[in-house]
Design a protein around this ligand. Structure first.
Ligand code: MG
Ligand code: MG
Length: 269
């Protein structure tokens, strides 16, 4: 059952999304060669608690940490560890937090130092596919319209769209209805209505779309061990249109980058 949010609830969720957005912005300055994912995890936990929020993943389905940290061929759900990141790695950081009873859920894939141009393009295309999908999140459209748009855009670049893991509704629960696959058919699936809040999160592989699950019960990698990228925004349907609750602004501030990519999804755009 889809739990539609009131205007007041969406304002509360904007705060939850701000917590995770600021956390990724804080981490953007810390991601570099030699740093361990466990160190970044501890920084994030402290930072989230300082904002009167609770780490959203810690203990959820028994996940042991604050962040899902998935380097290189890991798709999602990687567990932080003591292995240092090295120059040329990519690292997907997925961050969840609960504030005032509502979840924020937000992910970005960072380059560690200099990375190959081929891998940078994978990151750029995956992030662009997120916006291609968000554009379809409007009243009158259906879940399949978002999935189709992401899949079509991604596959036109020759990349693989992960099937087994999907975006989702977001609210008092981390995973609410509807599931939001990154593949699909136009005009299929549940209809979007005013007040829905969803997490859209393309997971895109440089090679095959196929994945494998590892014996720790969490880690998921690409079947061909080629890199995978992951970007995630929290989006509400307001006045019939998609409105971003999360923002990569804090990441871009850390990098000293100007970006207008989110402008079309702001309240007064
Ligand atoms: Mg997430
Ligand atoms: Mg999510």
């Amino acid at each position: 059952m889809i739990k539609v949010k009131t205007k007041e609830e969406i304002e509360i969720m904007r705060e939850s999304a701000l917590v995770v957005s600021k956390t990724l912005g804080m981490l953007a300055k810390e991601v570099k060669p030699g740093v361990t994912t466990l160190f970044l995890d501890k920084l994030a936990e402290e930072f989230i608690r300082e904002q009167n929020a609770i780490p959203g993943f810690l203990g959820l389905y028994d996940f042991p940490n604050t962040l899902c940290m998935s380097p290189n061929s890991q798709v999602v759900h990687g567990i932080p560890n003591k292995k240092p990141l090295i120059e040329g790695d990519i690292i997907s950081i997925d961050c969840g937090a609960i504030k005032n009873g509502f979840y924020g859920d937000h992910a970005y894939t960072f380059a560690v130092g200099e990375i190959d141009a081929e891998i940078q393009k994978l990151l750029d295309v995956t992030k662009e596919s997120l916006y291609v999908g968000i554009r379809e999140l409007k009243v009158g459209n259906r879940v399949g319209d978002v999935g189709f748009a992401i899949q079509n855009f991604t596959e036109n670049h020759g990349y693989g769209v992960v099937r087994e893991l999907v975006g989702h509704g977001l609210g008092r629960e981390m995973h609410e209805d509807p599931e939001m696959p990154n593949y699909g058919r136009r005009g299929r699936g549940k209809k979007f209505v005013e007040g829905m809040v969803v997490a859209i999160e393309p997971m895109t592989n440089l090679g095959t779309h196929k994945i494998k699950q590892h014996s720790d019960g969490w880690t998921i990698t690409t079947l061909d061990n080629k890199p995978s990228a992951h970007f995630e925004h929290d989006v509400a349907i307001v006045n019939g249109k998609p409105e971003l609750l999360s923002t990569f602004k804090y990441i871009y501030d850390a990098f000293g980058i100007e970006s207008n990519e989110e402008d079309e999804f702001r309240a007064n755009s």
